[in-house]
Design a protein around this ligand. Sequence first.
Ligand SMILES: [Zn+2]
Length: 227
Amino acid sequence: MKNTLFILLLLPFHVFGMDQVTKEYPELTDFFESSEFKRIPQREIGIGDFYDNSVFAATLFEISNIAMTKRVLLNSHYIDRNLITAEELKYIICHELGHLNDKKIFSQLIPLSIGLGVLDIGLVLWTLNSVRKGEWNYLLKKIGISSCLRIAYSFVLAKEARNRETFADEYGINITKNKAAAFSILTKRKQTHENTKYRFNFLNKIKNLFADHPTEDARIAHINSLS
Ligand SMILES: [Zn+2]
């Protein structure tokens, strides 16, 4: 899961059907038709053209008319057996299905995200109030307090987003029972953003505190610890 803004950027031009997946990965046909897969609720899956190829898949919650549509979109770029194996793709799909079936996304993550927007508006209005009144000596103090509050809130929000990833990883392993496929796809994911790393490690550590995904190393370690 990415934050809402990012998901909007990811919205694909076209959404293709699953036949492209089964054409490229005929060995997954059995899985999609198995009772094991059909028991998983909310299994709407499509393939989209993504803008960002560091993302393998995304889970979308769209409100159309009055109903909420939930679906998993796979990045068409990766529907390629030279890039991703069938077992890895199966893990990706099951991880995303974990997001679709995670009740805490609605009860915790989305309310917290909305809260950040409300907090931002409140802080801007509060700060602007000093500008309007010409209380310049308060202004700097207010900017300082606002920044601290926002950083603290972002930290809590990011931590909750990472918890949701951990839930989806556990869900994926529960269905696929294939830790090796999870490790190999997470290693590939790590490689896709290796070049976005900072040169100084302490900066990476700070970045990780505000990241919406745990590091791949942390995810692999957690999956390893599952029985
Ligand atoms: Zn995820």
